[in-house]
Write a protein that binds this ligand. Structure first.
Ligand SMILES: Nc1nc2c(c(=O)[nH]1)N[C@H]1C(S)=C(S)[C@@H](COP(=O)(O)O)O[C@H]1N2
Ligand SMILES: [Mo]
Length: 602
C-alpha cells in the first residue's frame, strides 16, 4: 500500500464524511475515504448538488451592504447551536474570534474546494488558521458577508479549545533558500536577484507550488506506482522498474505557475478598480510575479509510455489515425483534507506530439526529484502552465472529458468571464440564500465562456532593480539605469524582443536578449526556455535636469516582451482587461518603483 498521510486528517475527515453521508446516496464514497483507498479526483465535488439540496434562507447575513454590526447588536448563539450546524442541509456554521458565521454557501465557491470549509463545520476557524497561512485576514471578509451572531466569551474560548485539528502539514520536507509565501500548503519562490544567479535554478531554490501535503512512500521501489487507462484495454500499472526499461529523454524547460501572474490585488474588487495607487507596490507585483524556474529534466516520454500501453501514438500524431480521446487526464497521489486528489487535463495531442517533449520526469538538473517537486515521478508539460505538470503521478487516463478535480474545474488556471466577481457574487446572490448561479462552482463546466489555460501567455519580469531600490545619481547619469529580467514566450513561442521603460511605460527601448544558447537547442515553436535580458536605460533629459538641480527622480520600471508573432503584454493600466475571478494568467506589465538620488557623500 502507499504510505499516505490520510490518518492525520482524521477529525476533519469525520466531518467531511458526515457531510457526505447526509447529502449523498453514494455511501461507498465515504467507505473508500475511510479505507484510505485511491480516489479519482473530485469525487466529493460531485456529491454537492446545489439544485436538489433544499434549503431556506439560512445563509442570509445580518447585513450585506458592507457595514458590520456592533457586537451588542448580535444575537448570542449557544455552543450547541453552533455545533449542530455542521452540515450543508442544516447549515454550516463556524466560529472565529467570538463571532459566528454561516458559511454554507461560501463553502461551495471557496477557491480551495468545498472540503476546506466543510471540515471546519461547527468548529472554530482559528485552529485551522493556526495551520493555514494563505489568508492574511479573513475577519473582514467574514464579518461583511457571513456574520450571523456571536458566542459568549466563555463559549468562544471553549469553541477554540475544543476544536481538534491535527496539522496535516506537520511532516513536510525541509526547505531553504526560497522566500516562503505560504507554508501550508507550501508556496515558495526564489526571490529577487537570486533568480538571475544561475540560468538553471538551484533545486533548493526552484519555486514550489503545492495544493496539499506532500505525499511520501516508505519504500518507493515497492510502493510507488501509477496507473494508465486507455479506452478498450485493461488498465496498466507502472512501477519505477518498468520506467527504467523505456528510453530516457532529456528536456530543457522553464516552468511557470499560471497563478503567478495574478490579477493585481489592488484591483481585485471592482469598486477598487480605478484606485491604482492605493497600494503602493503590492506583494503580488514583486518580481513581477515570476513564479518560475528553469531546469534540465530527464525521464521517459509520455508517448513512449502510451505506446507501451497499445496506443499507436505515431500514426495518431501523423493524422493517419484519429485521436482516440481528446485529453490525457493526470491525477496526483496528493489529496486534500477530504481525500480528493489533485488532477489536471492536458490535450492528448500535446502528450503524443513527437516534438512536444512531455515526459515523466524523474530528475531535474541531474538530481533525483525532491519530494516538493513530485518525487518520484512528475509530468513535465513544456510550454504549458505550471499546474499541468502533475507531480507525484498516480494515474494517466485517455478521456474525452476534463478532469473532475477541484483544481481542474474551479481554481488553478481556470479562467472565468469578466462579469463574474467573487465578492459581489457572494454578497448579492449566494449569502442572501439565492440560488448559486454562474459562480456556483458546480455548474461552471456547462458554461462555455469558462476555459482552462493550457499554454502560458507571453510574460516578462523586471528582476533588477528591486522594488524601492535607490540608485546613485552619478552612476545613472553616467551609464543609465541598469535593468535586468526574464522573459518567456509561453507555449513554446520564441521571444523576439523585450522593451524596457523607466518612465512607467511612456517610452521604451529594446533590451539585449540572452538565450543562453537555447535557440540552438529548441526547435521553432518548441522553445521552452526562458530568456534573460538586460539594458542600461539612459535617463530622459528632464530626469537629468532634475538630478543636476539636486532633486530626486522617481522611476517606474517596466518591461514588455514580444513573441515572434507580435503578441505582447498588456500595459499596467490595461490589467483591468485581464480581470477574471480567480485572477490567473494576468500577464500585464508592472511598474517597479525606484529612486535616483545624489549619493549622500556627494
Ligand atoms: N500533484 C500535484 N501536482 C502539481 C501541483 C500540486 O499541488 N499537486 N501543483 C501544480 C502547480 S499549480 C504548479 S505551478 C507546479 C509547480 O511545480 P513545482 O512545485 O515543482 O515548481 O506543479 C503543479 N503540479
Ligand atoms: Mo501553479
Amino acid at each position: 500500500m502507499f504510505s499516505r498521510p490520510l490518518a492525520r486528517f482524521a477529525p476533519a475527515l469525520q466531518r467531511a464524511q458526515l457531510f457526505i453521508k447526509k447529502s449523498s446516496s453514494r455511501h461507498e464514497h465515504a467507505l473508500l475515504l475511510m479505507a484510505g483507498g485511491l480516489l479519482a479526483g473530485g469525487g466529493l465535488c460531485k456529491q454537492i448538488d446545489c439544485k436538489t439540496t433544499s434549503r431556506g434562507t439560512f445563509g442570509a447575513p445580518v447585513k450585506t451592504d458592507g457595514e458590520v454590526p456592533q457586537d451588542k447588536d448580535l444575537r448570542i448563539i449557544g455552543l450547541d447551536e453552533l455545533r449542530a450546524h455542521n452540515n450543508m442541509d442544516d447549515g454550516l456554521w463556524i466560529s472565529f474570534k467570538g463571532h459566528v458565521y454561516d458559511v454554507t454557501n461560501f463553502a461551495k465557491i471557496h477557491p480551495g474546494g468545498p472540503g476546506r470549509i466543510m471540515m471546519m463545520a461547527g468548529t472554530d476557524l482559528q485552529k485551522y488558521m493556526d495551520v493555514y497561512h494563505v489568508h492574511p485576514d479573513v475577519s473582514h471578509f467574514l464579518d461583511r458577508n457571513c456574520l450571523i451572531g456571536r458566542l459568549s466569551k466563555s463559549d468562544g474560548k471553549k469553541s477554540y479549545e475544543e476544536t481538534i485539528f491535527s496539522n496535516p502539514y506537520a511532516d513536510e520536507p525541509e526547505r531553504d533558500l526560497q522566500e516562503t509565501i505560504a507554508s501550508a500548503p507550501r508556496w515558495a519562490n526564489l526571490m529577487g536577484k537570486y533568480l538571475l544567479e544561475s540560468f538553471y535554478t538551484p533545486i533548493r531554490g526552484f519555486y514550489v507550488r503545492n495544493h496539499f501535503p506532500v505525499p511520501t512512500w516508505d519504500n518507493v521501489e515497492e510502493d510507488y506506482e501509477f496507473e494508465v487507462n486507455t479506452p478498450g484495454s485493461k488498465s496498466r500499472v507502472f512501477k519505477l522498474q518498468d520506467l527504467r526499461k523505456l528510453p530516457q529523454a532529456t528536456v530543457e524547460s522553464t516552468m511557470i505557475c499560471g497563478g503567478a501572474a495574478k490579477y493585481p490585488r489592488y484591483l481585485h474588487r471592482t469598486d477598487n478598480r480605478d484606485n491604482w495607487e492605493e497600494v503602493e507596490f503590492p506583494r503580488n507585483e514583486i518580481n513581477n510575479n515570476f513564479w518560475g524556474s528553469h531546469a534540465v529534466w530527464t525521464g521517459v516520454k509520455v508517448r513512449d509510455v502510451l505506446r507501451a500501453c497499445g496506443v499507436d501514438v505515431d500514426s495518431i500524431a501523423l493524422g493517419a489515425q484519429p485521436l482516440p480521446a481528446k485529453y490525457l487526464r493526470l491525477t496526483g497521489h496528493d489529496m486534500d483534507e477530504t481525500g480528493s486528489n489533485f488532477g489536471v487535463t492536458i490535450p492528448l495531442e500535446k502528450a503524443i506530439d513527437p516534438f512536444g517533449d512531455v515526459i515523466l520526469a524523474q530528475t531535474m538538473n541531474g538530481e533525483i526529484l525532491t519530494p516538493d517537486h513530485g518525487y518520484p515521478v512528475r509530468v513535465l508539460v513544456p510550454g504549458f502552465a505550471g499546474v499541468r505538470n502533475c507531480k507525484w503521478l498516480a494515474k494517466m487516463e485517455l478521456s474525452d472529458g476534463l478532469h473532475e478535480s477541484h483544481v481542474d474545474t474551479h481554481t488553478d488556471e481556470v479562467i472565468y468571464p469578466p462579469n463574474m466577481n467573487f465578492e459581489d457574487h457572494i454578497a448579492k446572490t449566494v449569502l442572501t440564500g439565492g440560488e448559486v448561479k454562474r459562480a456556483g462552482r458546480f455548474e461552471v463546466r456547462q458554461d462555455n465562456s469558462i476555459f482552462r489555460v493550457m499554454e502560458m501567455p507571453v510574460h516578462s519580469s523586471v528582476i533588477v532593480p528591486e522594488p524601492n531600490e535607490t540608485i546613485s545619481a552619478a552612476s545613472a547619469l553616467a551609464d543609465g539605469v541598469e535593468v535586468r529580467g526574464i522573459a518567456l514566450g509561453g507555449g513554446g513561442h520564441r521571444i523576439a524582443r523585450v522593451d524596457v521603460s523607466i518612465d512607467g511605460g511612456k517610452t521604451y527601448i529594446p533590451a539585449e536578449l540572452d538565450d543562453h544558447g537555447m535557440e540552438k537547442v529548441h526547435r521553432r515553436n518548441y522553445h521552452w526556455s526562458w530568456y534573460w535580458w538586460s539594458k542600461k536605460v539612459p535617463l530622459t533629459e528632464e530626469m537629468k535636469h532634475q538630478l543636476r538641480n539636486g532633486k530626486q527622480v522617481a522611476l517606474k520600471v517596466a518591461a514588455r516582451a514580444m513573441t515572434e508573432h507580435g503578441n505582447t503584454q498588456p500595459s499596467r493600466d490595461d490589467a483591468v482587461s485581464l480581470y477574471n475571478l480567480v485572477g490567473n494568467i494576468c500577464n500585464n506589465q508592472t511598474h517597479t518603483p525606484v529612486k535616483v538620488e545624489q549619493d549622500s557623500a556627494a
